[in-house]
Design a protein around this ligand. Structure first.
Ligand SMILES: Nc1ncnc2c1ncn2[C@@H]1O[C@H](COP(=O)(O)OP(=O)(O)OP(=O)(O)O)[C@@H](O)[C@H]1O
Length: 577
């Protein structure tokens, strides 16, 4: 446990922790030594005089003074050590989350992460000072007493030593039991947190669904499961602590009975027996409370396990020397990829030429968005390669891909900040005027003009004060500011109002002027003006590829798809007038 906490601590936190633990060892040993001094004092008093008690009393006083001084120092250092460990843990967690492959966040991890970052990290950071210190005292104080007992009466000391393995086994069993219950409990808490966060986030949808909807039931089930696990953890932990305490009591009773037997026989003097009784109580108390505290340690251990699991998540392979792309074309070569057992894309090959606009169309679920995720290297394909300018993405490296690609996805997230700051995320170093200039090119100025507060109007959590189309405009402005040579645009599937329609058409024109643009296209306007159209077949492959005119002339799947879409949209093409 200590080793694991040290592993996740900064060098400064490590030094503080080691000082606290060393101080705690000294405190525990001094406490044991103080108890041992009771026997010579009693012996002297039973011997009929106070004179012999002077020496032991002076030693006892000296132990008391040193004990108080070390205790004071450890208390001060303990708080500093806890804060330093907490800071280290949170910094580690932040760094790790920032470095994890984006795919890892596909599953909802918010509850689990919230648990680790708040209660879990706090528990781990306070463990050395609040719990380990007491556990050390729980074992070292009795151990010191035990060693001292050999000097007073070896038979009792041997009897006590014989009980040590029994207690150690009991302690291990207790810890295992508590750890098992806690791991199941932590899982249930994370699941319930996820559900509660989801419940708060999707309130509008839930209200439409009405009471008793699936989501209501999911929240209810998750909370009940958490409650059940909590009860099970408390019951099994409580029973374990009771059993352990019974083992300790029984062990000490054996030693005390032996002591009484020897005293009656006259081979142990009454002073040693009384001393033994005092020690017995003191011996018992810290061990039992150490058992109690073992529960707290087990909780901290579960959090450290979660840290270990985060550390063990496999990173995407990175090159030692990143390759240099020849141009900004994007190529898929025999790419096969799926999220589960069933591939979404099978042996897929196509090229999105540099500086051109490539539209990807196809039935719902055919893998259009998946293609853009592979270009942004959220995932690596299972087979085949995705390359930019002739360099496969693993040889280009995630940082270079991040720099070259600007995604404008449908699930764009806006931070609860001003419009201006939300655009600035694309290029944090630019000043206000430069950010506004880029935002104007994506027609975000029209949104700012509508909102009270203008550029400094807050957009609400997740951008809730803006419409879907408006959020996408902010996202396009970010991409313009980032000035990446490849832009991935996942067009909104829902119909846009005329203002957004014009703004997005306009900015697509700007984006395509000097960039490679890959659009998951839903709007007819986008599809027909693309330089190249890739039509997916819904089976993981490509039906047809070419320009709008070529594909219409081929009179195949694309021509049928186009006719249906035009009918559905009530469009009349100029050529048909
Ligand atoms: N994160 C994910 N985990 C598991 N399955 C996923 C995930 N994302 C997408 N899928 C599945 O992969 C398949 C392709 O999804 P994708 O979003 O790429 O299709 P699409 O063509 O963009 O669909 P649409 O036009 O409806 O947005 C679908 O069956 C979808 O359910």
């Amino acid at each position: 446990m200590i080793r694991r906490i040290l592993h996740y601590s900064s060098p400064a936190a490590r030094r503080l922790l080691i000082a606290v633990l060393a101080g705690s060892v000294v405190i525990a040993v001094l406490q044991g030594a103080a108890f041992l001094m009771v026997v010579p004092v009693l012996r002297a008093l039973f011997g009929g005089g106070t004179a012999g008690a002077g020496g032991p009393l002076i030693i006892l006083g000296a132990i008391g003074v040193v004990y108080a001084a070390v205790y004071w120092a450890v208390s001060r250092l303990g708080i500093r050590a806890s804060t330093a460990v907490l800071e280290s843990l949170l910094a580690r967690l932040g760094d790790r989350l920032a470095a994890l492959p984006v795919a890892w966040f596909g599953e909802d991890r918010s509850g689990q992460m919230a648990g680790i970052a708040t209660q879990g990290a706090m528990f781990v950071s306070t463990t050395p000072y609040s719990y380990l210190r007491q556990i050390l005292a729980g074992f070292l104080t009795p151990a010191t007493v035990l060693v001292g007992m050999y000097f007073y009466d070896w038979r009792l000391a041997v009897a006590m030593t014989a009980m040590v393995p029994v207690m150690a086994l009991g302690y291990r069993a207790l810890q295992k039991r508590i750890a098992r219950g806690d791991a199941a409990h932590a899982e249930a808490v994370a699941a319930a947190s996820n559900r509660v966060i989801e419940f708060a986030r999707v309130q509008p949808a839930l209200r439409t669904a009405g009471d008793g909807s699936v989501a209501d039931r999911l929240v209810e089930d998750a909370l009940q499961n958490q409650h059940r696990r909590n009860r099970a953890m408390l019951l099994s932990g409580g029973a374990g602590i009771a059993a352990f305490s019974a083992i300790v009591q029984a062990s000490l009773t054996v030693v005390l009975v032996l002591g009484a037997y020897l005293a009656i026989g006259g081979s142990v003097d009454p002073a040693t027996l009384i001393g033994l009784l005092v020690l017995g109580v003191r011996f018992n108390e810290p061990i039992v409370s150490a058992g109690d505290l073992g529960g707290a340690i087990a909780v901290a251990r579960t959090t450290l396990d979660q840290f270990d699991r985060l550390a063990a998540v496999e990173d995407l392979p990175e090159p030692s020397t990143p390759g240099a792309p020849e141009d900004w074309s994007v190529r898929f070569d025999g790419v096969t990829f799926g999220y589960g057992a069933e591939p979404v894309l099978r042996d897929l090959s196509f090229t999105a030429p540099a500086g051109k606009m490539t539209a990807i169309v196809g039935p719902s679920g055919s893998g259009k968005t998946t293609i853009t995720r592979l270009v942004a290297r959220y995932y690596d394909p299972e087979a085949g390669t995705v390359s930019i300018g002739g360099v496969p993405l693993p040889e280009l490296g995630t940082a270079a891909v991040d720099g070259a690609v600007a995604p404008v996805f449908q699930d764009v997230y806006l931070f609860d900040d001003t419009i201006l700051e939300n655009v600035r995320i694309g290029a944090p170093d630019l000043d206000r005027d430069e950010v506004i200039a880029a935002a104007e090119r994506a027609r975000v100025d029209e949104i700012a003009a509508r909102l009270p507060g203008g550029w400094d109007a807050r957009v609400g959590e997740g951008g809730s004060n803006l419409s879907g189309g408006e959020r996408q405009r902010v996202s396009i402005a970010r991409a313009l500011l980032k000035d990446a040579p490849i832009v991935l645009l996942d067009e909104a599937t829902s119909a846009l109002d005329i203002g957004n329609e014009i703004a997005i058409t306009d900015t697509i024109e700007r984006l395509r002027a000097d960039r490679t643009l890959i659009v998951v296209a839903h709007r007819l306007q986008t599809i027909m003006t693309a330089d190249r159209i890739i039509m997916l077949d819904g089976e993981g492959g490509i039906h047809e590829a070419g320009t709008h005119a070529e594909l219409l002339a081929a009179d195949g799947a694309y021509a049928r798809y186009w006719a249906e879409r035009v009918d559905a949209a009530g469009w009349r093409l100029a050529s048909q007038d």
